[in-house]
Design a protein around this ligand. Structure first.
Ligand SMILES: *[C@@H]1O[C@H](CO)[C@@H](O)[C@H](O)[C@H]1NC(C)=O
Ligand SMILES: *[C@@H]1O[C@H](CO)[C@@H](O)[C@H](O)[C@H]1NC(C)=O
Ligand SMILES: *[C@@H]1O[C@H](CO)[C@@H](O)[C@H](O)[C@H]1NC(C)=O
Ligand SMILES: *[C@@H]1O[C@H](CO)[C@@H](O)[C@H](O)[C@H]1NC(C)=O
Ligand SMILES: *[C@@H]1O[C@H](CO)[C@@H](O)[C@H](O)[C@H]1NC(C)=O
Ligand SMILES: *[C@@H]1O[C@H](CO)[C@@H](O)[C@H](O)[C@H]1NC(C)=O
Ligand SMILES: *[C@@H]1O[C@H](CO)[C@@H](O)[C@H](O)[C@H]1NC(C)=O
Ligand SMILES: *[C@@H]1O[C@H](CO)[C@@H](O)[C@H](O)[C@H]1NC(C)=O
Ligand SMILES: *[C@@H]1O[C@H](CO)[C@@H](O)[C@H](O)[C@H]1NC(C)=O
Length: 318
């Protein structure tokens, strides 16, 4: 018995070794320091299991030592550095600070920690060290306090979502200083998507935001904005979604729209936007959602507005 099982074992071992070398000539295993940083990051949280979601990190160890093959991780094919970490909805509960092992993942380009519970931690200022980030999503994850000014060092960001960090009574937890908001258009020149819904900004929107020519999505719902909304922002060539709802001290008016505008959704409900709806708004062939309820607009709804069959139009509170 013993000799026949060795007989079977040896060839399969040789086969295993060959496939291992074939594999490793294509792709290295993940870097040890990054493996350790990920394990430490995971271990710094309590995993709050919920019936409906399976935390991605729960399988990490059983998926082997190659962290590049773990759920939620992506690696550069050539260098095997961890470049993507998607732990959205992973039941993470606990605090995070500037010495977190997360910040040893210096090659990260994609970071999604949305829909966890970071227990009212501040967004660590070392977030600004992850200078290769193109995507950062901290939506709905119980971060609180002042957004660190270091966020404007992330000059490669295309998508930044810090929305819906709310306490249990639906009050916004994050704040952004006026001077730091001004730095965003100066440094984050590649921004396509900016969502600051429920971030307490409590200042006017800087005109320079209209310099961000790649913007497609701009969300400032319930930010305590005041002053006059810069009209040039409506004319951004790629803008598809503009959400300004629930800023009842924000004034502004509509421009004449260009027919090549790509606007799909426009929400100025519960603001003090005033003046008339321009006739050209009816020419926006992409427009699907328009909310002008509870604001100071006057005059007639232009008859052209009915032309777009896709349009969902609100003038009154439901
Ligand atoms: C990997 O290297 C090849 C050849 O050097 C290159 O063409 C490719 O763009 C690289 N891929 C990445 C993701 O860097
Ligand atoms: C959450 O924060 C509270 C208050 O700061 C603290 O007492 C508690 O230990 C924290 N819990 C975790 C899991 O970090
Ligand atoms: C940061 O958090 C870790 C736990 O994750 C803790 O051990 C450490 O003391 C904290 N550092 C600071 C400066 O608060
Ligand atoms: C982050 O960057 C700052 C300033 O650039 C540097 O002093 C600090 O050591 C860096 N921290 C980490 C954790 O890399
Ligand atoms: C961020 O995550 C939330 C929750 O999953 C999602 O709804 C939102 O679209 C994401 N933001 C971006 C810019 O992808
Ligand atoms: C702009 O980005 C550069 C390079 O990342 C950085 O050195 C500078 O501090 C940033 N400026 C602001 C105002 O954040
Ligand atoms: C940004 O916009 C402001 C005012 O709208 C303008 O004075 C400034 O030159 C613009 N900056 C860049 C870099 O385009
Ligand atoms: C209008 O916006 C304010 C904040 O600017 C908010 O407190 C209020 O609840 C909003 N009203 C409605 C009807 O949503
Ligand atoms: C908005 O309308 C109300 C009453 O209809 C008026 O009191 C207020 O002055 C108007 N605000 C602006 C900014 O036009």
């Amino acid at each position: 018995m013993a000799s026949s099982s060795t007989h079977f074992f040896l060839p399969s071992l040789v086969f295993l070794m060959i496939s291992f070398f074939q594999l490793s000539s294509h792709q290295q295993l993940c870097h040890k320091d990054e493996y350790l940083a990920l394990m430490q990051f995971k271990d710094s949280f309590v995993i709050e299991r919920q019936a409906s979601t399976r935390p991605k990190v729960s399988l990490w160890k059983s998926q082997g030592v190659d962290c590049c093959s773990w759920e939620g991780i992506s690696c550069d094919q050539n260098t095997s550095h961890v470049i993507g970490l998607d732990l959205s909805s992973s039941c993470l509960f606990g605090s995070i600070n500037s010495s977190s092992s997360l910040f040893r993942l210096g090659h990260l380009q994609y970071l999604n920690l949305a829909l966890n519970d970071f227990n009212s931690s501040k967004i660590p200022s070392t977030m600004g060290n992850l200078s290769r980030l193109t995507y950062l999503n901290l939506s709905g994850s119980f971060f609180s306090g002042q957004i660190p000014h270091e966020i404007s060092k992330l000059s490669n960001l295309a998508k930044l979502d810090l929305s819906f960090n709310l306490d249990h009574s639906h009050q916004g937890l994050l704040e952004l200083k006026r001077s730091d908001l001004k730095n965003i258009p100066q440094n984050l020149t590649k921004l396509e998507w900016l969502d600051l819904s429920y971030v307490g900004i409590n200042s006017p929107i800087p005109k320079a935001l209209a310099n961000l020519s790649s913007l497609t999505h701009l969300h400032f719902g319930q930010c305590g904005l005041h002053g006059k909304f810069p009209i040039d922002i409506f004319q951004l060539p790629k803008l598809q979604v503009l959400d300004l709802e629930n800023n009842w001290e924000l004034s502004g008016s509509f421009p004449e729209f260009h027919s090549h505008s790509q606007l799909r959704a426009l929400d100025v409900g519960n603001t003090t936007f005033s003046g008339e709806l321009p006739i050209s708004i009816g020419m926006l062939s992409s427009l699907e959602y328009l909310d002008v309820s509870s604001c100071n607009l006057s005059g007639w709804v232009p008859p052209s507005i009915g032309i777009s069959s896709k349009l969902n139009f609100q003038t009154q509170e439901p």
